[in-house]
Ligand binder design. Structure first.
Ligand SMILES: [Zn+2]
Length: 285
């Protein structure tokens, strides 16, 4: 276990680890599992797609398999780089066809304001393109902008297309135990994760680095927060998902540092979404 902390502790800049742990509620856990996490990327912009070769090389170097939430239009326009994701052993999540709302692709309504039929068509269209362009059937979905844009009415739509899981909600660490769970439709929902220092906020690159109200001004703060979360994850034998935008890491030169914090160590494992979905389903049956 000490190995896990080695190198991580050096990234802690505040030093008050016990204070951080006291302030934070329970993380979700998968009973019987070692501390584990799932890493995912949302490929939102052309800049993200341009960052992918660097991301894929670094993931191979650190031996981390990841999930990539991909948009139908981009898959159609740039099939080669998406094929590369699959060739390298990662998984692709259906992230809708046009990602409403999207600065370049779809400046119309938010996903939540679409009718159920329109939402179903967004999902089905991305699914069709994955089949045609990549010869691939995703088994997971992420709602564009997740959180309040997500709704339970999507589960039957996903079920019909043969999906097994969604990762579109945000984890609740208040002790209510909103870890991965089997929904009544049979789809497993795997919430997006938070951080030790800011347990109430989704820990992603948008909220922490890129938005106008970003929590971190210094990227070193971002990596320190990630490192603290991993320490807490290990202590609590918890499970979290991490979601980042590819270009947010490459542009700031922190990709390798982030992956080094997340790289497999004794007592810390990466578990793909599909495996989490199977575990949750087995335990619920
Ligand atoms: Zn997105």
């Amino acid at each position: 276990m000490e190995n896990v902390f080695h190198g991580i502790r050096s990234a802690l800049r505040r030093g008050d680890l016990n204070g951080i742990l006291r302030r934070t509620g329970r993380l979700p856990a998968l009973a019987g599992q070692v501390p584990c996490f799932t890493l995912s990327f949302d490929c939102e912009t052309e800049e993200d797609l341009e960052a992918l070769p660097e991301i894929l090389d670094a993931l191979a170097a650190f031996r981390i398999p990841a999930a990539f939430a991909c948009i139908g239009i981009w898959i159609e326009r740039f099939p080669e780089i998406h094929r590369e994701i699959l060739k390298k052993g990662h998984e692709i999540l259906n992230h809708s066809h046009t990602h409403p709302y999207h600065e370049i692709l779809n400046q119309g309504r938010q996903f939540k304001d679409l009718s159920l039929e329109e939402k179903a068509e967004e999902i089905a269209q991305c699914h069709r393109i994955c089949g045609q362009a990549l010869d691939y059937s995703p088994s997971g979905f992420r709602t564009p902008h997740f959180g309040i844009n997500h709704s339970e009415e999507l589960y039957p739509v996903l079920r019909k297309l043969g999906y097994r899981f969604s990762s579109s909600t945000v984890v609740d660490t208040s002790g209510k135990g909103s870890g991965p769970s089997l929904t009544p439709t049979g789809i497993v929902e795997i919430p997006l994760g938070t951080s030790a220092r800011y347990p109430g906020a989704l820990f992603d690159t948008w909220n922490f680095l890129d938005s106008d109200k970003a929590i971190c001004r210094d990227p070193a703060d971002f990596t320190a927060i990630l490192a603290e979360s991993i320490v807490q994850l290990v202590r609590q034998k918890g499970y979290l998902t991490y979601y980042f935008d590819p270009s947010a890491l490459t542009r700031r030169g922190i990709l390798r540092q982030v992956l080094s914090i997340l790289s497999p160590k004794p007592g810390l494992r990466h578990i793909p979404y599909g495996t989490i979905a199977n575990l949750v389903r087995e335990r619920s049956s």
